[in-house]
Design a protein around this ligand. Structure first.
Ligand code: UFG
Length: 330
């Protein structure tokens, strides 16, 4: 059984990927600091190490003891707004610590890494759908912190033979179909969980940030990708690295965008609740429209979204929120 070290395996996307890895016969090993992750999101039979990715002794001990053959690296801070307030935190936690982590991984003789990147590397796109070869000019430190890692990987590849795939996620959403794993952030900023928390009566209304965008209904358009499809993309990327595909960045999205109003309308339909809405000013830094061009990942990794229609995304998330109205541990 191939052992895969999953950093951040107790987080939202990490925990779904850990489950998917087990299901297809890999042996995931989780390293998580539990600063934002949840111990409950990782089953008891999966090896779990509490600690930091920059702890070189811990990381090399895990790799040796567990005989790790590849790494999927999720562990990171991921709040765009926080990154603008505290850029130093993001360059330390995301960029610097990842660099130390990857250096240790390489020193231990493990060369294959799948990395959790973001559409935030593009900034305000020149054209939509966004192809991977678009210019990368992040408009916040979060995107910059991830882009710097991608760039460092290129040079580590040239010098030491690092084999890497960076998956640039669009808007991760949804939950395990049985409602057993889902999104639980101490500070929730994302649209779908906030809409559903409003449906549960935990918030008075969902604010629509901006109704005067240059889109059909005036609200922002995003490409929502089901977390199960994201998990599958990591497995395809691992397999592709083993087969020697060229290293690089791949978009993970559906190629279809939905507006904020369309998301709210679907949430009303799925929940049967007339979710109250408040029209609010634009949120700083939100581009009109972010939709992935997905030909590259389909062609080279053979990946296709299976669960990412808006209804399945919102139904699965609604199951999770109903079963766990206050997240894990409740
Ligand atoms: N929105 C609202 N009301 C809310 C929350 C969000 O109207 O209460 C809107 C936003 O303005 C945006 C859309 O819903 O237009 C989606 O917002 P999210 O916060 O859910 O997601 P973002 O598109 O801002 O963020 C995503 C990823 C980030 C990534 C970013 C790239 O979650 O990790 O795309 O721009 F960095």
């Amino acid at each position: 059984m191939k052992k895969i070290l999953v950093s951040g395996g107790a987080g939202y996307i990490g925990s779904h990927t850990v489950r998917a890895l087990s299901e297809v016969g890999y042996g995931p090993v989780v390293l998580d600091s539990l600063i934002t992750g949840h111990r409950e999101a990782v089953p008891g039979n999966i090896p779990f190490y509490l600690g930091n990715i920059a702890d070189e002794d811990l990381v090399s001990d895990i790799i040796m003891k567990e005989k790790v053959s590849a790494v999927i690296h999720f562990a990171a801070r991921s709040l765009v707004g926080e990154s603008v307030q505290k850029p130093d935190l993001y360059f330390e936690e995301n960029t610097a610590k990842t660099h130390r982590f990857v250096s240790t991984v390489l020193q231990c003789g493990v060369n294959n890494i799948v990395f959790s990147s973001t559409a935030a590397t593009y900034g305000n796109p020149e054209k939509v759908p966004i192809p991977e070869e678009s210019k990368t000019e992040p408009i916040n430190p979060y995107g910059a912190s991830k882009l710097m890692i991608e760039q460092s990987f290129y040079w580590l590849e040239q010098a030491y033979g690092l084999k890497w795939i960076a998956l640039r996620y669009f808007n991760a959403a949804g939950a395990a179909l049985d409602g057993s794993l889902g999104e639980d952030h101490a500070t929730e900023t994302h649209l779908i969980p906030l809409v559903l928390k409003t449906a549960l009566g935990q918030r008075e209304a969902i604010s629509i940030f901006g109704t005067d965008y240059d889109t059909l209904d005036g609200t922002c358009i995003r490409d929502y990708i089901h977390v199960l499809d994201l998990a599958e993309a990591h497995i395809r990327a691992l397999e592709a690295l083993e087969q020697g595909v060229p290293c690089g960045a791949y978009n993970v999205g559906t190629g279809t965008g939905y507006s904020v109003r369309e998301v709210i309308a679907m949430a009303r339909r799925v929940t049967g609740i007339d979710i109250p809405v408040l029209e609010a000013p634009r949120r700083e830094g939100d581009p009109d429209s972010l939709v992935a061009k997905v030909g590259k990942i389909q062609k080279i990794l053979g990946w296709q979204a299976r669960y990412s229609d808006l209804e399945t995304i919102i139904k699965s998330a609604w199951q999770w929120h109903q079963k766990h109205p206050h997240g894990y541990g409740i």
